[in-house]
Design a protein around this ligand. Structure first.
Ligand SMILES: [Zn+2]
Length: 342
């Protein structure tokens, strides 16, 4: 397992110190699986000012389509051949087709009737329940023999900085035969790694991270938590690799609870930095992709300038697909580790 770093140094003449020479370090890291590069630069303290979330959220329930009885009035239903009952319900969670679909089987699942759940108020059981609800839907799609029943994907855009147009917490639930870019690249690279080395990249990654301990957060059941060597988010990413599980549909109920437990710890850690928004995806193979392991990527989202609405993604990231992270993933690991040892 190669964790390659290209070190860089910029020389500027500092206007604050009578134009004395100043050297600024940065580095480029190469993702060991895909070769994707990420820049670690602009080193700053990972601390953001959280807005007054209560004021931010106030009144948004009035027009929220997912609140209380409205969700069963204004959200669409699936046709008979997909889901004869139209929508799925479990407790107060509801799953229905996305009115703005990304694929032919594109659903949304609410976390229940509560309009705003602060990041630190999600219990492991609640998150496990919501993920399990999405899996129930995937099982229906698979049982129906639908041609899109290939990759069963759960995405979570939590709060507007992460791309959510609604406050009301919900998951994006897709079944698709068309794997998104990065997933497709990682699946191909995992297959290549297996053919070349005779071992599974993800198992080797877990071993390497566990042995070095520099980015390894801890193990919960079959889930292994670590900060990403070449992160995609400005405040790093947290990965959770699930042992022995190639696809979301092979996750056991216990795995979902362990994922919920780890997520609650990660959320608590990022909350202390002033983060209140994130993206989370479950990367999955097909059932037969024995070279792959289901893994979760949690990437905190923020504004570079909240007042001006400056997002944390600029041209370098958006158009070149080159990630920028403002701290070393090893330091981020230190900031989150306490929660995993508690
Ligand atoms: Zn709502």
């Amino acid at each position: 397992m190669k964790f390659d770093v290209i070190e860089k140094e910029t020389v500027i003449l500092n206007p604050l110190k009578d134009f004395a020479e100043k050297r600024i370090k940065s580095e480029i890291r190469i993702d060991p699986l895909t070769g994707r590069s990420a820049r670690i630069c602009h080193f700053m303290k990972l601390k953001w000012e959280k807005p007054d979330l209560e004021a931010f959220v106030a009144g948004t329930d009035a027009w929220c389509p997912f609140c209380s009885e409205k969700v069963l009035r204004v959200t669409p239903c699936f046709p008979d051949d997909i889901l004869p009952e139209g929508r799925m319900q479990k407790g107060d969670m509801v799953l229905f087709p996305n009115i703005a679909p990304y694929d032919s089987i594109s659903a949304l699942a609410t976390f229940g009737s509560r309009h705003h759940i602060p990041m630190t108020a999600f219990s492991p059981e609640h998150m496990a329940g919501a993920f399990g609800f999405a899996l129930d839907f995937f099982r229906r799609i698979e049982a129906a023999g639908h041609p899109e029943a290939v990759y069963h994907i759960i995405n979570w855009n939590y709060m507007p900085p992460a791309g959510s147009s609604l406050i009301h917490p919900h998951l994006q639930v897709f079944s698709t035969a068309s794997a998104p870019n990065l997933l497709r690249e990682e699946l191909a690279a995992s297959r290549g790694y297996f053919e070349q080395n005779g071992t599974t990249y993800w198992d080797d990654l877990v071993d390497a991270e566990k042995n070095s301990g520099r980015r390894y957060l801890g193990r919960i059941g079959r889930t292994h938590w670590m900060t990403a060597f070449a992160p995609m988010g400005v405040a790093g990413d947290v990965l959770a690799v699930v042992e022995d599980v190639p696809c979301t549909l092979a996750l056991a109920e216990g795995d979902l609870l362990d994922i919920g437990r780890g997520l609650a710890k990660v959320m608590a850690g990022y909350d202390r930095m002033g983060i209140y928004s994130f993206n989370m995806n479950l990367f999955t193979g097909q059932r037969t992709d024995t070279h792959f392991r289901v893994y979760l990527r949690f990437s905190p989202r923020t504004f570079f300038n909240q007042k001006l609405g400056t997002p944390d993604v600029g041209a370098l990231q958006f158009l070149y697909n080159e990630s920028v992270c403002l701290a070393h993933p090893e330091e981020i690991c230190e900031m989150l580790k306490g929660d995993f040892q508690a």
